[in-house]
Design a protein around this ligand. Sequence first.
Ligand SMILES: [Ca+2]
Ligand SMILES: [Ca+2]
Length: 412
Amino acid sequence: MLGSFSRAEMLSTSINTTSSSMWLEFISNSENTSKGFELIKCEDPGIPQFGYKVHDEGHFAGSSVSFNCDPGYTLRGSRVLVCLTGERRAWDQPLPVCVAECGGTIRGESSGRILSPGYPTPYDHNLNCIWTIEAEAGCTIGLHFLVFHTEEFHDVLRIWDGPVENGILLKEISGSRLPSDVHSTFNSVILQFNTDFFTSKQGFAIQFSVSTATSCNDPGIPQNGSRSGDSKEAGDSIIFQCDPGYTLQGEAKISCVQIENRFFWQPDPPSCIAPCGGILTGPAGVILSPRYPEPYPPGKECDWKLTVSSDYVIALVFNIFNLEPGYDFLHIYDGPSSLSPLIGSFYGSQLPNRIESSSNNLFLAFRSDASVSNAGFVIDYTGNLLAIAWTDQPTQWSTLEPPPFKSGYLAV
Ligand SMILES: [Ca+2]
Ligand SMILES: [Ca+2]
């Protein structure tokens, strides 16, 4: 027994158990009554989901507990709860909740988080949420994507460099691919999230950080390309080039420009895309299905004309090949056009055998139908001196027959 008390002996004393339970017994006799007693502790108020307790004075009458929300969540309700001192032992306010809101304005923060509304539960339909992040003059804002998952093409996040009226769109994104970092050149960014009336996904979590601008942002390295030059000071230039088979979209050379506190590349950094067809005259190269390594687009008609020096023939080696069987084709002609003899029409996922032309021209025609796109193809071509080709491989003319679809060769 911890003790036995009467009269006012228990006032201002506290008793602690050694375990998690306590037995209290109250006995009154047949004469006289008095005011009685009351237990002076509030119940544990709990912790808001997506929040945490900042401080806790012990839940006694008159003491307080305070809460805050995880980054990106807004606290709704009272940040501080006080255990009432009156007759009833209760908190003066309900437990606050932490909410990922649809939009908001963030000013003067050096870092923080933007969450899609309701994150991590799927966002609502028909949203138009606008977040503004504003930093001091001369600062820029970097965005790093932690999570990104929206309905492709229908639920779209747009990121604007500075006010929307400037019309400088940094990124327009949807789908489930995690985007690369985004940097503003102004001291503010606007994030605008629009959803349609149907299908929702988890949404996004974006970390932002503010830094002082003293040079241009890292322009990155384009997918399927490379760059020379690393300096990003005002006046510096960087040169880009694409991997074999890709063509540059934009200018190869960009320069860092400073106007007052703002540093930006002019023109915008280029990108490298696999083109739909072309005229190839180099001694060797790569032919890629349009948009490779993405699946080729539907409804495409892409023609490649390959020409090497007149005393050479052209060899094709298939590294990757996967077209929708029966609907998407690669036709290869032994000559300069589709009127030349057809070597073969290829589809499916089996890697075609090496092909060699009989002259210095080859014509490739890719056709995709209106639906279902597969990985596409990667084909190396080389020009080989006719004489060497004859002596090295005297039997190679047989490859001009329409190649059989041999099993055992699978595209990787
Ligand atoms: Ca939707
Ligand atoms: Ca197709």
